[in-house]
Design a protein around this ligand. Structure first.
Ligand code: A5P
Length: 226
């Protein structure tokens, strides 16, 4: 895994935040996978968990392989803490997620959690959010028209694909990736503008969701933003 050391130390530090009796939301991605590994090690050595709620089939599978008590979001009365990675995060804790195409469920989990703890390696820290691309989840019905509507707004992107086959999210939708030439001056406004287009289901912007941010470095050190 690229930048594995930084991801791993951040994930393992975040696992120390988990206390007996908690219900823990599980993010998706390579950093979140390290967290699931760290959490299951603690679980095997006596940590009590009321449940874990995964944001994707991939994370649910990893949790089940570790015998973690997997539960559905609909069946729990709260999520104490969700731990998830990010593709970009700036000093205002504004994030972009969706590199793995799971951001819609990740955002639902984060919003339902008392705290979202973000775990990243140092390469994810940006001066202002909007350096790479913005993933958008789009309903297949009329998707070509929705894409045209985004282009008309000035946001030309491309449909995410693997081996020329269009990527389908776990929700049965498409991902439209909009590359940034320069970071947007007002990402919050851009987000609202995009969300107003019918057929747009969710953007990869995460605002006002991050609590503690755990940053792991390749030299093995960790820093935490509170
Ligand atoms: C998944 O949809 C994303 O939001 C991930 O959280 C993000 O892509 C981070 O992934 P890595 O931890 O693999 O870098």
């Amino acid at each position: 895994v690229y930048r594995a050391k930084g991801k791993k130390v951040a994930a393992y530090r975040a696992a120390e935040f988990i206390q007996d009796g908690m219900i823990v939301g599980l993010g998706t991605g390579s950093t979140a996978a390290f967290f699931i590994e760290a959490l299951s090690l603690r679980y095997k050595t006596g940590l009590m968990l009321e449940g874990v709620v995964p944001s994707s089939k991939r994370s649910a599978e990893l949790a089940r392989l570790s015998s973690l008590p997997v539960r559905n979001l609909n069946d729990v009365d709260r999520i104490d803490i969700t731990v998830d990675g990010a593709d970009e995060i700036d000093s205002l804790k504004r994030m972009i997620k969706g590199g793995g195409g799971a951001h819609m469920r990740e955002k639902i989990l984060a919003f339902c959690s008392k705290e979202m703890v973000v775990i990243v390696d140092e390469s994810k820290i940006v001066s202002t959010v909007g350096m790479t691309k913005l993933p958008i989840e789009i309903l297949p019905f009329g998707a070509t028209k929705t894409g045209t509507n985004l282009e008309t707004l000035g946001y030309e992107g491309h449909w995410r694909a693997e081996d020329e086959v269009r990527f389908i999210t776990e929700n049965g939708n498409y991902i439209y990736d909009i590359p940034f030439k320069t970071p947007p001056l007002e990402p919050e406004r851009l987000d609202q503008q995009i969300l107003r287009i019918p057929g747009v289901l969710e953007t990869g912007f995460f605002f006002n969701l991050a609590g503690r941010v755990v940053i792991g470095y390749e030299n093995g050190s960790v820093s935490i933003w509170h």
